[in-house]
Design a protein. Structure first.
Length: 572
């Protein structure tokens, strides 16, 4: 007999009673015994693949999760889903698949869990969109779940300095400007990424890994250690054990991810100078839990949060340094003591954030995380913007920036390739605001990131002399005055699609505004002359995505979310 009540678990449909004999025969065929079949069945979902270093360690770590599940009287069943890795998809048409992959990951995990009636989920992810995709599935299904991050890459070394893949992107810009020899470019690319693991700065993967702890879906300190470290397997094993405790206590993701937990997550994004992509993923995750938490609401949290973690690209350190400084527990400790987070939120340990932090003290000997009493800046490293150019909002990462206000003339491009070509050729002026449009969720389709273009500008030494705005996205590695997620997007007739070369735009990250110097009447007149465009994607997955995707400020979701559900999978 098992200590778990199968009569309340989804797997009863395939493991209990005479009518389940055919289903059980499949389990026997795979080497399971009666004891394993009678236990709770736990899906161990991994984003393993050989596309990039952020994914290659996940298969090894999944085995450690499975051992933990089995030791705690559960029956693990491993399965894989896809990942589209931004570092390889960047700068070409492949990037149109990146954000779409978030939905594919969430959908495929949902379908696997539903189809096989698994009782709980441990989700392992490594690269960018796989993290929110996996957490979205957990919130959608609402079975006991734990998130596990595969870990960050170790920093490379070049000329006695730590380097990351962002240095390679910027080196491309230096080479294009004639400031870097091709042999030196090759030398940097060979050493920048020396191990398994996701990109090492506070880019999207590490940002969302920090979110997983802050929001309570991951074990404390589990997001911090680099991927090659053996200690990662210990956290994987512990995650397998912990999910069985969640089944026993019936603690589910929506019990953990309350409105207050999402506020904690947004606070951590701002405090670490995290990726602007969090402004897309947090609203999407919240929708899966039936919580309204759009970009404007996220930005309100950003506005009142001190920026305290000195991490790349705006700062000096990488994820390995943050781990050695004490990781998320140290960051959460100082934020809790400063009154910036809700300490009473439940977590996957079965304890609250405050209880998890008992005995954790701020480490004054490290240099990565500042106390809230002495922040890098008094407001967060990410800022929300709104104005007549972005009625639905926009987002900019200001961590490490000197200039927070910029006025310039629009230089309009209707796709990233045209903008990159102009930048590569130096065909722009200091003071320009480069506009890249028709790259939003519908217009791309897929809402591409613009890292290749922004890194090229920085590589040419002109990152502080121009600004760039788009209805697309930016990489977490982007730096400079770069505004993304402008909505409504050009493809639906948003103001960004009505701009003309020379229009004067003012971006004010101090007051949170973005405006074009045009009257409402002029914008309305231009809207009458505007007509929608078709893309080159008129069949297949990207076409399907474009038909159903919603606005960026709500998370660019392709379904209504939990507010419209009439049943939850966990209660079937």
């Amino acid at each position: 007999m098992t200590k778990f009540d199968k009569s309340k678990l989804p797997s009863r449909y395939v493991t209990v009673g005479p009518e389940s004999a055919p289903h059980r025969s499949y389990y026997y065929a795979m080497g399971l015994g009666t004891k394993e079949i009678e236990q709770p069945v736990v899906g161990v979902a991994s984003c393993w693949n050989e596309a990039a270093p952020g994914n290659i360690e996940l298969m090894r770590q999944a085995q450690a999760v499975k051992r933990g599940v089995a030791e705690a009287d559960g029956t693990p069943r491993e399965f894989c889903t896809i990942t589209v890795t931004d570092g390889i998809a960047m700068g070409h048409q492949g990037m149109k698949s990146s954000l779409v992959s978030r939905e594919a990951i969430a959908d495929s995990v949902e379908l696997t869990m539903r189809g096989h009636c698994y009782d709980a989920l441990v989700g392992l992810a490594g690269c960018d969109k796989s993290l929110p995709g996996m957490m979205m599935a957990m919130l959608r299904l609402n079975v006991p779940s734990i998130f596990y991050y595969g870990g960050s890459i170790l920093p490379g070394r070049y000329k006695d300095k730590d380097v990351t893949v962002i240095d390679v992107f910027e080196a491309v810009g230096k080479h294009a400007a004639g400031n870097l020899d091709i042999r030196e470019l090759h030398a940097i690319e060979k050493v920048a990424c020396p191990s398994a693991g996701a990109c090492g700065g506070q880019y999207t993967a590490n940002t969302m890994a920090c979110v997983s702890e802050a929001i309570g879906l991951a074990l404390p300190l589990s997001s911090a250690a680099p991927a090659p470290y053996e200690s990662r397997d210990e956290y994987a094993h512990a995650s397998g054990v912990a999910v069985m405790n969640l089944i026993e206590k019936n603690i589910r993701p929506r019990d953990i991810c309350t409105r207050e937990a999402f506020e904690n997550a947004a606070t951590v994004v701002a405090a670490t100078g995290g990726s602007t992509n969090a402004g897309l993923h947090l609203p999407a995750m919240a929708s899966e839990a039936g919580i309204d938490f759009n970009l404007e609401e996220v930005a309100e949290i950003f506005k009142k949060t001190p920026y305290i973690a000195d991490l790349k690209p705006g700062g000096n350190y990488v994820a390995k340094d943050m781990y050695e400084a004490g990781g998320m527990p140290i960051l959460l400790r100082t934020l809790l003591d400063g009154g910036y987070i809700h300490g009473d939120c439940m977590t996957v340990t079965g304890k609250t954030i405050a209880e998890n932090l008992e005995g954790v003290a701020f480490n004054a000997d490290q240099k990565v995380i500042y106390p809230v009493s002495n922040p890098l800046s008094p407001t967060g490293g990410v800022v929300g913007l709104k104005g007549n150019l972005a009625p639905e909002g926009a987002i900019v990462k200001v961590a490490g920036m000197k200039t927070l206000q910029f006025t310039g003339a629009a230089r309009c491009f209707d796709c990233e390739e045209d903008a990159f070509k102009a930048v590569e050729n130096g065909d722009y002026k200091d003071g320009d605001i480069i506009v890249i449009r028709y790259e939003g969720p519908k217009g791309g389709p897929g809402m591409r990131e613009m890292l290749a273009t922004t890194a090229a500008i920085y590589g040419q030494g002109r990152g502080e002399t121009v600004a760039l705005i788009t209805d697309g996205r930016f990489s977490g590695g982007t730096r400079g005055f770069c505004v993304g997620h402008i909505g409504p997007e050009a493809a639906v007739g948003g103001p960004i699609g009505l701009l003309k070369d020379g229009d004067m735009i003012t971006i004010d990250a101090v007051n949170g505004t973005i405006d074009v110097d045009l009257s409402d009447a002029e914008l309305a007149a231009r809207k009458k002359d505007w007509s929608p465009r078709k893309t080159d994607y008129n069949t297949g997955a990207l076409w399907k995505y474009a038909q159903g995707v919603g606005p960026a400020y709500k998370g660019a979701l392709t379904h209504p979310g939990a507010k419209d559900e009439t049943h939850v999978y966990a209660d079937i």
